[in-house]
Design a protein around this ligand. Structure first.
Ligand code: ASP
Length: 443
């Protein structure tokens, strides 16, 4: 035996089964990486990026690198800054995305661009959010929304085929408002088929049940979920779902157990058996099922029930990691209200085009304006976001004004883009997919 190099006693066990303390794993990352599972994950990431490059190449895209030391490219987070040695007191911003560069490329006549781009966003950590991450970024000229969606569907198909995964069928599309209404989320997990239903009209009139009567009188809604085969859940489980709802500002949940022996519910004495039976039947609840009802203002109610829906799905093991359910969510609101700063902000980014049909309300009722923006959702994760862009100088200046930028400020920050639009900028649209999220879900 010829010893190449001696090895000390290992501080962590190298096997897929053993998962020692996360801190130790990070401290000895080079040992952690020796685990077969980690090597498989890294190989998968390589295969995904290779498939992405091959696909875009086959579609006539050029891969173009854009600068890292740049001027600020806003995507709703804070910038990371790098001091300039040669211009003391001045800073570069690291790109939150290549958004502005790819738009400039479109004006420059490079009609199909993509990049596997590193992006930097200084924001609070979450499980699926890192300060430094990689996007599959693309942009196309002379296209409309559906051209981008079709291109991305092609990418998903070719990727899944190369990875020998079942190729997903046509990807369904729903509007943002429908997603909130039915699933209480703008990134619904379609592995769960529970849908939020509005039963206000079924309950109607005076029932004698204070919480419902008052809610309806104040213009709120009553909505609910049917949970298949869960009529038997315990009081303790009910309390758990109530606490999830309370965490989402929904004070109460009311349960109807549709058991083979009849209906069991605290609502029985107010609504009566006939009405309860009618509600269950209309909601599609059968014997053995559980109905959950609640009352609150419409959107808040859907959002809270959306959280309960996900918690139930987790608890009932409905989130099969081997299943891939894609969904397009379209027609997002153009703006949201930033309470802290007391101003409108762009829901996607300020280079997104409003829907032409809503344009006339841009100044008079901006919160009602929808954007030509779309998200690709996979298993309840926002996998990609994109939009049709503004390509006219005047409209861009109007949108920047809506979010509180005066013409001078807009000129200082984005003058180069506004100017570029003055030289025959083509209509263009694009999207970016989170590479790390995609690989994490596939792994
Ligand atoms: N720049 C956007 C983002 O990073 C994606 C896009 O609109 O293409 O979210």
């Amino acid at each position: 035996l010829h010893i190449l190099n001696p090895c000390k006693t290992l501080p962590i066990h190298i096997s897929d089964e053993q998962a020692p303390d996360e801190g130790l794993r990070m401290q000895y990352r080079y040992l952690d990486l020796r685990k077969p599972r980690l090597v498989r994950n890294i190989a998968l990431r390589h295969k995904v990026t290779k498939a992405v490059r091959d696909y875009f190449d086959s579609q006539g895209f050029y891969e173009i690198e854009t600068p890292i030391l740049t001027a600020s490219t806003p995507e709703g987070a804070r910038d990371y800054l790098v001091p300039s040695r040669v211009n003391p007191g001045k800073f570069y911003a690291l790109p939150q995305s290549p958004q502005l560069y790819k738009q400039i490329l479109m004006v420059g006549g490079l009609d199909r661009y993509f990049q596997i781009a590193r992006c930097f966003r200084d924001e609070d950590l979450r499980a699926d959010r890192q300060p430094e991450f990689t996007q599959i970024d693309m942009e196309m000229s002379f296209v409309e929304r559906d051209d981008v969606l079709t291109m991305v569907e092609g990418l998903v198909h070719s990727l899944f085929a190369k990875l020998q995964l079942p190729v997903p069928a046509a990807i369904p599309r729903i509007s943002y408002s429908e997603a909130i209404e039915k699933y209480g989320s703008d990134k619904p997990d379609l592995r769960v088929d529970m849908v939020i239903q509005d039963v206000s009209d079924l309950i109607g009139g005076q029932t004698g049940f204070g919480a419902f009567d008052q809610a309806l009188a104040e213009g709120m809604r009553i909505k609910g979920l049917v949970v298949k085969g869960q009529a038997h859940i315990t009081r303790k489980e009910q309390d758990h779902y109530k606490s999830i709802a309370q965490g989402a500002n929904l004070p109460g949940l009311f349960f109807i157990a549709h058991t083979p022996e009849g209906y069991k519910s605290s609502l029985l004495k107010f609504l009566g058996e006939e009405k309860i039976a009618h509600i269950c039947q209309q909601m599609g609840a059968e014997s053995g099922d559980l109905v959950i009802l609640a009352a609150a203002p419409s959107k808040d109610l859907s959002v809270a029930l959306g959280k309960v829906r996900l918690e139930l799905a987790q608890h009932l093991n409905l989130l099969d990691p081997q299943r891939y359910e894609f969904l397009w969510v379209i027609d997002f609101p153009m703006f949201s209200w930033n309470e802290e700063e007391n101003r409108l902000e762009a829901e996607h980014h300020p280079f997104t085009s409003p829907l032409p049909s809503d344009l006339e309300r841009l100044e008079s009722d901006p919160l009602s304006v929808r954007a030509a923006a779309y998200d690709l959702v996979l298993n309840g994760s926002e996998l990609a976001s994109g939009s049709v862009r503004i390509h006219q100088r005047d409209l861009q200046a109007r949108v920047l004004k809506c979010i509180g930028l005066s013409l001078e400020e807009a000129e200082t920050k984005f003058g180069f883009l506004l100017n570029a639009f003055g030289y025959g900028a083509p209509p263009h649209a694009g999207i970016a997919l989170g590479l790390d999220r995609l690989v994490a879900i596939l792994a």
